[in-house]
Design a protein around this ligand. Sequence first.
Ligand code: NAD
Length: 280
Amino acid sequence: MKTILLNDGNSMPIVGFGTYKAKDQEGIDAVKHALLNGYRSIDTAAAYGNEDAVGKGIKASGIPRDEIFVTTKLWREELGYKTAKEAFEKSLKKLGLDYIDLYLIHWPANAKNYDNWQQTNAETWRAMEELQADGKIKSIGVSNFFQEHLEALFATAKVKPAVNQIEFHPGYWQQELVNYCKKQNIAVESWSPLGRGEVFENEHLKEIAKTHDTSVAKVCLRWIVQHEVIAIPKSTTEERIEENINLFDFELSNEEMNLINNLPEFGFSGEHPNFWPDRV
Ligand code: NAD
């Protein structure tokens, strides 16, 4: 599996396994199946309510812990120094692990919900830096941060975020933010790489898939990795889990990359860092 070198020296597989809504036995089985079929990176979050299932799936796979890259996230209701530390310990316990490879702030504090959102993010980040220094987290990062949230964080951060996990799929890929992150040496990770299923009806993507005798899912994922962006597709269907990691048997041409880059917007989730808990 190709990896992405993070700005702290750690490496992360370019394709990982998403687990949103994969809970209980279905979640355990999906994680186990993913690991037994080549995935070495699993993405979960406290808010998904499945950290226990993810932990059980990891154990059931029999794959050594140090060969697996585990990401989890701090939920937006736990922002702050003390709450972040407590939430982290809860996640660790639920996962049944003694360290996390990547811990992300799931959503930044925003002006709508906080009198001083900059300070709330800074205090949260300070807790994460300490957890990293204690050896409990290998890499720390953020999710759904716009440039303004990153710039505010840089004012007090001792450690630069290693990753920004953002909505990124052929219908909505936040090009300016991606360019900014790359310039800052922050790895970009795509959430909803298949636009939660919205991509499958797009005629251009269907046509490109036909040219390569492959599926629309693989075209989207291949487009993402050719952007040097990390993808974490989610599925609980065995064949799809296998399909989504098998991306290296074809390549998109520059013309195909450009065509996808320039598709009109579709499939935006409506989730926006400055509006939560509401959608746009
Ligand atoms: P996704 O884009 O991965 O799409 C998943 C949907 O596509 C599922 O309904 C699945 O059945 C279908 N699918 C998957 N593979 C397929 C295939 N090969 N053929 C046909 N259909 C297929 O959506 P997602 O789950 O929203 O995103 C992926 C992961 O990103 C999540 O599971 C989660 O780990 C993470 N995520 C993070 C955030 C965040 O705020 N940081 C937000 C959303 C998701």
